[in-house]
Design a protein around this ligand. Structure first.
Ligand code: ADP
Ligand code: MG
Length: 367
């Protein structure tokens, strides 16, 4: 009240409200002449100033194919008295990034429900859509993990049957009576290969299952070295991990830490996968664990691409990623950060572009 009474007229104040709205907004009368144009409409590449458009008909302002569409929309609102709302991608084909707008056209009524004007509001929702997409992608990832675990579980049973048969045959062929059959040595050799390869498959599915097992949220004493090894065992089968040399420097007397097992796995996996991504052409990942005072220290040091100084403060931000869409979600490190700080720990980063990156995690040692 005071603001209006003392320094601004009611009209001026209303105008400022309209200009301060975080949307682009204009109003047309029934003849589609522009009667209001807020400052949101004046900014941007295609923005026009209010003094240049006021009183003019939209057919002089809006160009090309869009005009017919917009005209029809306004007439629909005038005739039906109902607002319309839809999403539209920015029509300018030569723009670098596409933008998504939510457009709403709302009738203003005079006497007797007679539409006297229409407000058109355009809201840039590109960012919101992007965030939503990333959340969906992340859910998909979690879904894929569950699917993989399900498949691993299903494959375990037939695998057990096959390995049982292979073992039975191997036993039987130890009997001298079979020595005389043709290709005896080949058969034994092939059976041995079948047996070995099945064990390999079993190890893969077991690792996958341990990994995907939902352990609830209970907190317990965890052995960091063991958890890191679990993750490395899982990643060994990944193509992109083959070109990476892993050096382990574990403190065999490392104290336990108090945490949820799944959470810790996730943190170590996030950091390891990031290192893997950073070393697309191979390199070395050095994992070190040691105790310092009452703290357990865990370091992941890679010889990857490194992080440019201008990004280093942003890597823990949710959705910050330098990776291709579909490759990175930008959520990894923010999740890791959340988990570690909740455990009263710390996660720090040091990096040199072109040389490599070191993530240092410290957690309170369990008493
Ligand atoms: N070991 C690393 N080496 C180089 N850059 C890294 C490393 N770890 C993280 N980054 C940078 O931090 C960003 C954010 O990582 P993260 O939150 O895990 O999201 P994402 O991996 O999905 O991009 C990455 O896109 C990358 O630019
Ligand atoms: Mg990541």
């Amino acid at each position: 009240m005071n603001i209006v009474d003392n320094s601004l007229s009611q009209k001026e104040f209303t105008r400022r409200i309209i200009d301060s709205l975080p949307v682009s907004l204009y109003v047309v009368d029934r003849e589609l002449n522009i009667i209001l144009w807020n400052s949101g409409r004046a900014i941007g590449e295609f923005g026009k100033r209010e003094e240049d458009v006021l009183g003019r008909n939209i057919s002089e302002i809006i160009e090309g194919n869009t005009l017919a569409v917009v005209k029809k929309e306004f007439l629909d609102v005038i005739n039906s008295g109902k607002p319309i709302s839809y999403e539209r991608e920015s029509p300018e084909p030569n723009r670098k990034e596409r933008k998504i707008f939510r457009v709403t056209r709302t009738p203003i009524f005079g006497e007797n429900n007679y539409v006297i004007a229409i407000i058109s509001i355009g809201e840039d929702i590109t960012e919101r859509r992007m965030l939503e997409q990333k959340l969906i992608d992340n859910d998909k990832l979690a879904g894929i993990g569950q699917l993989a675990a399900g498949v691993a579980h299903e494959i375990n049973n037939p695998m057990a049957a096959i390995s049982g048969c292979a073992e039975a045959l191997i036993e039987r062929f130890k009997d001298d009576a079979y020595r005389t059959i043709p290709d005896y040595e080949d058969i034994r050799r092939y059976l041995k290969i079948i047996e070995d390869e099945i064990y390999r498959c079993k190890r893969i599915t077991e690792n996958l299952l341990t990994f995907a097992r939902k352990g609830g949220k209970d907190i317990g004493r965890q052995k960091v070295n063991v958890i890191i090894d679990d993750i490395l065992n899982l990643l060994i089968y990944q193509q992109s991990f083959q070109s990476i040399r892993v050096m382990k420097e574990y403190d065999s007397k490392l104290p336990d830490v108090l945490a949820n097992e799944g959470d810790l796995r996730q943190v170590f996996l996030i950091v390891t996968l990031n290192a893997m991504d950073a070393m697309e052409n191979g390199g070395e990942l050095r994992i070190r664990t040691y105790q310092m005072d009452d703290e357990v220290k865990i370091e992941f040091k890679d010889t990857g691409c490194g992080i440019p100084p201008e990004y280093i403060n942003r890597i823990f931000d949710p959705f910050f990623t330098t990776k291709q869409p579909g490759k990175g979600t930008g959520l990894g490190l923010s999740i890791a950060y959340g988990i570690i700080t909740q455990l009263n720990g710390k996660i720090d980063v040091e990096s040199k572009e072109g040389i490599g990156t070191k993530f240092a995690i410290s957690l309170p040692a369990a008493m």
